[in-house]
Design a protein around this ligand. Structure first.
Ligand code: THU
Length: 137
């Protein structure tokens, strides 16, 4: 069960419009589509105590887990605030890896909701350390 990509992009742009990013002025929206068809959005939430800010991807993962349904991400859409690619930060690559597969696609969109890059988890986080490695001693 997959949603039309333009619908997912629209949701990512909508989430971005709800971001709380007064310090960076860099709003980001993220959408996770899960293997059961569930769709979860997130936006970045900054804080006056800067390190406490939360990335859009982390917000979307929280929404997915809170919903208590699928924990398997099948597609990731990220909408950045400029004409440039807004690629997930290092920490969010690891967060996404927890629930995604090496071939899970990432679709990166610009301010206008246009696709500027399409990649995969394996490409952005090669040789990832994941859930199956924790007890692999
Ligand atoms: N940000 C995200 O939400 N996702 C990313 O993957 C990159 C960075 C946010 C964090 C911060 O609120 C702002 O963008 C500037 O770094």
């Amino acid at each position: 069960m997959t949603a039309p990509l333009d619908q997912l992009i629209a949701l990512a742009c909508e989430a971005r419009s709800n971001a709380y990013a007064p310090y960076s002025n860099h709003p980001v929206g993220a959408v996770l589509e899960c293997d059961d068809g569930g769709i979860y959005s997130g936006a970045n939430v900054e804080n006056a105590a800067y390190p406490l800010g939360c990335c859009a991807e982390a917000s979307a993962i929280s929404a997915m887990i809170t919903a208590g349904k699928s924990q398997t991400i099948s597609r990731i859409i990220i909408a950045g605030p400029s004409t440039h690619t807004c690629t997930p930060c290092g920490g969010c690559r690891q967060r996404l890896n927890e629930f995604a597969a090496p071939d899970t696609p990432l679709i990166l969109c610009n301010i206008d909701g246009e696709i500027v890059d399409e990649t995969t988890m394996e490409t952005i986080l090669p040789n990832a350390f994941g859930p199956n490695d924790v007890h692999d001693i």
